[in-house]
Write a protein that binds this ligand. Structure first.
Ligand code: AMP
Ligand code: MG
Length: 327
């Protein structure tokens, strides 16, 4: 059975104890709910891949209570330290060369010589990381390829019985995953748009190297799968009109005529929309499926601020490889 824990001192102590004994536990971060394991315990990390059905070539992010702890496991640079100073704790992940002698299991980074590290800001995540006092490897707490969870109910819908516990601390405030920056090359490279917008990052990083090309079934950079975040209903992007057999993911004034509407942000605010994105996809998918609707139609979101992360997730969710659904 999966325990549902409250985010109080007793719940966090219980979750910390479970993690230290090699169990896998879901917990809230400011981005999405993560599925954590002691990153120094290879068997516990393997249990994450098994519970999610995640391919082993897709590396995990290691989470830490402090920048000092994170930088003990990687070879740091002045830019990495400046970014950590500016954005940690927060939704930024840095990929750096793994330090020789790091206790983090090789499986965490899928055998790569690099390691992705992050210090999350959510109070519950911080308290848990302090209680565990070890790095915690944590991908999003959903079945592989599916929509990321932003509430404990989302986690339990897919992982009940497959994980030891979930700490329930309400909805995730940012709602999309961390921005991932690869700092191992000559120039920093954006691997994934996320919770920190590029406009905020580039004053510190300078121009970023072009992101890796994403190809269907071709994970050029690990984890950069074209098909991801898949709802069961097909998803159509950039809708300018809708039909009566469609569920509408609205941004700003909704297009008329949809059978069902989920409003991401009536005011057209990308931050609000990011926080509501995954709940919106899940709601339209479940309710649209029950009503036998043909598909979800998503209105355009501007490619700025958190809009980049939203459009990245929507493009993957709409990927044609998702249908027929992979699992
Ligand atoms: P998730 O755990 O589902 O939030 O995804 C983690 C993301 O971090 C994936 O998109 C990976 O590509 C990326 N990532 C993690 N570790 C590395 C690494 N060592 N090198 C490149 N990307 C990484
Ligand atoms: Mg994920």
């Amino acid at each position: 059975m999966t325990e549902r824990l409250i985010a109080d001192a007793a719940g966090i102590a219980r979750a910390g104890g479970l993690l230290r004994s090699g169990e896998i536990v879901a917990f809230p971060t400011e981005t999405v709910y993560g599925l954590g394991a002691d990153a120094t315990n290879a068997a516990a990390v393997a249990a994450i891949f098994a519970a999610k059905g995640r391919p082993h070539f897709n590396p995990l992010i290691a989470h830490y209570a402090s920048a000092g702890a994170a930088f003990a496991d990687v070879v740091t640079t002045p830019l990495a330290e400046g970014l950590a100073e500016a954005f940690w704790p927060g939704p930024l992940t840095l990929v750096l060369p793994r330090r020789a002698g790091s206790a983090v299991a090789d499986l965490v980074s899928a055998g790569l010589p690099t390691l992705a590290v992050r210090v999350p800001a959510h109070p519950c995540a911080r308290a848990l990381l302090a209680a565990v006092a070890r790095p915690v490897a944590a991908p999003s707490a959903n079945r592989s390829g599916r929509v990321s969870p932003t509430s404990a109910a989302h986690v339990l819908a897919e992982l009940t019985g497959r994980i030891a516990a979930v700490i329930d601390d309400g909805d995730c405030p940012v709602g999309v995953e961390s921005t991932v920056l690869d700092l191992t090359g000559e120039r920093p490279r954006l691997l994934r748009p996320g919770g920190i917008g590029l406009e905020t990052l580039t004053p510190l990083t300078g121009a970023l190297a072009a992101p890796p090309v994403v190809g269907v079934g071709r994970p050029l950079s690990p984890g950069q799968l074209a098909s991801h975040y898949a709802p069961s209903l097909p998803l159509r992007l950039d809708a300018r009109a809708v039909t009566g057999d469609e569920a509408l993911l609205a941004f700003g004034p909704p297009l008329p005529g949809a059978a069902l509407v989920f409003q991401l942000s009536a005011a057209g605010d990308t931050r609000e929309a990011a926080a509501r994105l995954f709940a919106g996809l899940r709601t339209l998918d479940a309710e649209g499926g029950r009503r036998g609707l043909a598909r979800i139609a998503a209105m355009a979101v501007p490619e700025a601020g958190l809009g980049r992360a939203i459009n990245d997730r929507l493009a993957r969710a709409a990927c044609r490889e998702n249908h027929p659904a992979p699992d």
